[in-house]
Design a protein around this ligand. Structure first.
Ligand code: URA
Length: 230
């Protein structure tokens, strides 16, 4: 990739994350005091801070998806998780229940988590978007821009040791690069904001391409090893 393309991708990422101004920074999604508290959150405070964030999001109408959603899917799991999963967006079942990864892809994710001796309760699961795109279409740029600041705040509160990006939308957002998931999966990479990002295939992709499940199982084993190392 040329230097020009790298800078262009970086600026596109900032724009997607809602940052339009560099020298007169104004971000409608966060105030400075709140940010300090979230970044330095102690384990005991994390559940409260996540609940406050949920209240702040409220009955969100920040993008068009509010018109077609049934429930907003905030995310769930251990507020002090060492491992966090980030998927793309809620599907039909998630929209119905208001919980992430509870449909067929979610059942596969649960099996992959349990295959390495972990449980859903000890990790945290969220998505790039908190509302279902109609017909499960891909997220649009302006939807990611409106919603992703809330994901970043969840990450700042939880401070996971590893963020597993499920599929290309999560990997692109968290790495700040326009990458192909097949090129980056299976490795721990430095993402934006210093995040430790481990991309792997999205479970919905694995349902469509069952031969890749073996690769995903290997990726999950690697994640477990990395968590055990510290
Ligand atoms: N696919 C996702 O990306 N997220 C979910 O919560 C469910 C399916």
């Amino acid at each position: 990739m040329s230097e020009f393309e790298k800078i262009k991708n970086l600026l596109l990422w900032y724009e997607r994350a809602g940052i339009n101004t560099f020298f007169n920074v104004s971000c409608p999604h966060i105030d400075a005091e709140k940010e300090k508290e979230e970044v330095n959150a102690q384990p005991a405070d994390k559940a409260r801070l996540l609940e406050e964030l949920r209240q702040e999001i409220g009955d969100c109408k920040r993008c068009r998806l509010h018109k077609t959603r049934t429930n907003l899917v905030f995310g769930e799991g251990n507020p002090d998780a060492r491992l966090m999963f980030v998927g793309e967006a809620p599907g039909e079942e998630e929209d119905r229940q208001g919980r992430p990864f509870v449909g067929l892809a979610g059942q596969l994710l649960t099996r992959l988590i349990e295959s390495v001796g972990l449980t859903r309760e000890e990790v945290y699961i969220a998505n790039v978007l908190k509302c279902r795109p109609p017909g499960n279409r891909n997220p649009l740029e302006d939807e990611i821009k409106a919603c992703s600041p809330f994901l970043f705040r969840q990450i700042e509160i939880i401070q996971p040791r590893i963020i597993c990006a499920l599929g290309s939308f999560a990997a692109k957002l968290l790495l700040g690069q326009n990458i192909a998931i097949s090129k980056v999966r299976g490795r721990l990479l430095k993402g934006i904001n210093g995040y430790n990002v481990f991309p792997t295939y999205h479970p919905a992709y694995l349902l469509r391409n069952p031969r890749q499940k073996k690769t995903a199982v290997e990726d999950f084993k690697r994640i477990k090893e990395l968590l055990e190392k510290g």
